[in-house]
Design a protein around this ligand. Sequence first.
Ligand code: MRU
Length: 360
Amino acid sequence: MTEPLHPPFRTIYWDGGLDGTLVLLDQRRLPAEVRFLPCRTVEDVMEAIRTLAVRGAPAIGIAAAFGICLGLSQVNPVSVPQALTTVEDSAARLAASRPTAVNLFWALEQMRKAALQFAQQNSSSNVQDLRRHLLNQAQTILQQDIDTCRAIGQNGQSLIPEGAGILTHCNAGALAAAGIGTALAILYTARHFSRQFRVYVDETRPLLQGARLTAWELKQFGIQPTLICDNMAASLMKAGKIHAVLVGADRIAANGDTANKIGTLGLSILASHFQIPFYVAAPTSTFDLSIPSGQFIPIEHRSPDEVFSFSKQQIAPRDIAGYNPAFDVTEAERICAIVTEKGVLHPPLPKAIEELRKKG
Ligand code: MRU
């Protein structure tokens, strides 16, 4: 490839120096409006994560990393020990914003470790030095994501055959990351190599990340998507229109079980029924090797109000029960490959993941 692929828009960036602002492309407003949301406090970042102004596993990790820097400019600690307490306090609060995507906890851990190590190794340093170090660390996490997304795209692009129909669910693209995304990075890279294919986008009820975000994003990248309702996938597969299913991930257990947006499990079962390959794309920061299988992945449950309404319009009586898990877990047995920035993992996934861990 001659020149690297860039997203045609910015999802997340830091504006300014030590007392700068985290700027997020406000995903609650897409596709109607492209509006940026400035975050100046830890509470702003928590609210943005909780309400899905910023969403997608890598993006919420990056937002949380900058949230640590915002916590320090809010409190303006006078000593390094006080700054370390502020970091711990901000990390604990940011960690409570959403439970499933492990990238959030991974990024917070990187920031906590960076703060502690810097304080231990630079005993004569002052608070400003520590703050500069942590802002650099957050920028490094963002830059690494850009590189990781490109590598995922490169590693996975050959999975997309010429003329194929590809089904994707939710949004695992540039809106979910700082770079070109994970699952969608594979499509962008394949298109960069002039491969022709059709992308079917699940609308992704209840919050419509497919319809609102993936369809918008693909168009920004010059790919015309075909939007379908979630309940149409089986019929398309039966008609022979889908040749691969490609999704992102929020947390991958040591045995390869994968949590992703609610509805992914159903697609994996359909794919195995129709003998269609089912692929996951994710950075290695999405692996949680502390848990042996998917049954230990905490699943976020959101307000049933999201099910009772469609694009903010009420569609059901309010005095009934509602159930709204935001994620489900696809068993490793149904995943044909996991594309990471370090290479493509093939079944048996527990063994492939163990080898990846040993390589470090
Ligand atoms: O609730 P969301 O919109 O944050 O869910 C996002 C997903 O499920 C994505 O597929 C996943 O985070 C991968 S993003 C590269």
